[in-house]
Design a protein around this ligand. Structure first.
Ligand SMILES: Cc1cc2nc3c(=O)[nH]c(=O)nc-3n(C[C@H](O)[C@H](O)[C@H](O)COP(=O)(O)OP(=O)(O)OC[C@H]3O[C@@H](n4cnc5c(N)ncnc54)[C@H](O)[C@@H]3O)c2cc1C
Length: 405
């Protein structure tokens, strides 16, 4: 059986590793559009910008690994078509046959038409090369404007402030991260950035971008114009699913896959940011744009390709590091508002706390701020029924797991 993986990112590299770890002896070809071996993206908005990490630290596997494991990794190679009937992937004029195909093409940053049309110094952050270009601009006294107070916008704001740049963030919503975290937690992040000197302009809808002698001038309703040396557009990503759609696979906010990461075509699977997965525990389709999901999806899809019948049940997990705040989150709150109650243990203002989101009779999500021992108990509690002890913030999180709750 030969396996072709389209997309040379985190999900692809982990799928290849799992195939070999499970004893798959057939061919594995990984086709990656970027001119680099698969790498991890989280450092691109953190350590790499701060200077505490270098590009080679981000590699998923060192170069030798691919030879040692006989994985034919073709970097800088775009898959241009998929013929489902003939089971072929087109690479321009070349064709690759497959018995099993994994599509792990990730996601692509959304662009703002006015910003990109202006010719102003504008960056997006997705690739290692984007991060290297951005790092060069984060100097003492540089003026950085960021559109979008999502994870990437805020992580870059944190790195830029730590490198001495002045930072203005424009966000159209009333709070940063509001749709993910809800008002109370979103306020923690707004306060964090303002305390570190970020000019955070909320409810600011960008209406125009000008290019003025190498500077960028941003106009937004509800805000004075912002003049900056560099504009980072961080307004989210879209799944890179055109290739799959053109092949005739079902696509709706990503490639639709069942609980086992299978498309309706029995030979084709999808994983990572591009996969819109029918999550059996959450009871809904979710497309998760996080590091942990890319790894675990890639590995799970590999096992299913080899014959496993296990559904993918792991709950979404993600983390962020901004200034001295570390956060880990597990679970899923639909639209940021799909909960009835929130229980806080600890002190949110001091940013030392854990939080549980409750919906009807279930704990649907949890996070901690700077409480690294909490992630184990959080993982155990999320998905469990709500008890009096869960609702009682004086009962330590660990006791909920020990059965004392
Ligand atoms: C700056 C940044 C910081 C992040 N920080 C965090 C974090 O702190 N915590 C967290 O949980 N998550 C974080 N993430 C998200 C996480 O990195 C992604 O969820 C993960 O990389 C997704 O992996 P993937 O393999 O699905 O896709 P990707 O990593 O996007 O890889 C897909 C690859 O497929 C290639 N490709 C696309 N089309 C084709 C084609 N036709 N032919 C060949 N190749 C193709 C692309 O070029 C790309 O290299 C961050 C992401 C970014 C960009």
């Amino acid at each position: 059986m030969n396996v072709v993986v389209i997309g040379g990112g985190l999900a692809a590299a982990n799928a290849a590793a799992e195939l070999r770890e499970q004893g798959h002896g057939g061919d594995i070809v990984v086709v990656g559009g970027e001119p680099r071996l698969p790498y991890e993206r989280p450092p691109l908005s953190k350590g790499l910008l701060l200077g505490s990490a270098e590009p080679e630290d981000a590699l998923v596997h060192p170069r030798e690994w691919y030879d040692e494991h006989q994985v034919d990794v073709r970097v800088g190679t775009l898959a241009t078509g998929i013929d489902l009937d003939r089971r072929r992937v087109r690479l321009g004029s070349e064709e690759l046959p497959y018995d099993r195909l994994l599509i792990a093409t990730g996601a692509t940053p959304r662009h703002l038409p006015p910003a990109d049309a202006s010719g102003a110094p504008v960056l997006h952050l997705r690739t290692l090369d984007d991060a290297i270009a951005l790092r060069e601009q984060l100097t003492e006294g540089a003026r950085i404007a960021i559109i979008g107070a999502g994870w990437i916008g805020l992580e870059v704001a944190s790195a830029a402030r730590q490198r001495g740049a002045s930072v203005t963030v424009l966000e159209s919503a009333p709070l940063p991260l509001q749709r993910v975290l809800g008002d109370q937690l979103a306020t923690v992040f707004a306060d964090l950035h303002r305390e570190h000197g970020v000019d955070l302009r909320l409810g600011a809808q960008v209406s125009g971008v000008e290019h003025d002698h190498g500077k960028v001038v941003l106009h937004a309703e509800g805000s004075d114009p912002v003049v900056a040396d560099l504009l980072l557009v961080a307004v989210g990503v879209s799944p890179t699913d055109e290739l799959a759609a053109r092949a005739g696979l079902a696509v709706d906010n990503g490639i639709l896959v069942d609980a086992r990461l299978r498309t309706p075509d029995p030979h084709v699977f999808a994983a990572g940011d591009v996969a819109n997965h029918d999550h059996p525990v959450l009871g809904t389709h979710v497309r998760v744009e996080h590091w942990d999901t890319a790894i675990q999806h890639g590995r799970h899809a590999a096992r299913v390709m080899l014959g496993s019948d296990e559904p993918y049940t792991r709950l979404p997990y993600f983390f962020t590091d901004q200034y001295d705040l570390g956060m880990e989150y597990v679970g899923h709150v639909a639209g940021g508002t799909g909960y009835d109650d929130l229980v806080v243990r600890g002190d949110l203002a001091a940013r030392q706390a854990s939080v549980l989101w409750l919906r009807e009779d279930r704990v649907v999500a949890g996070l901690h701020l700077n409480d690294w021992d909490a992630i184990g108990p959080l993982r155990a509690v999320v998905g469990q029924p709500v008890t009096d002890a869960v609702r009682d913030p004086s009962v330590p999180l660990a006791d909920l797991v020990d059965g004392e709750g």
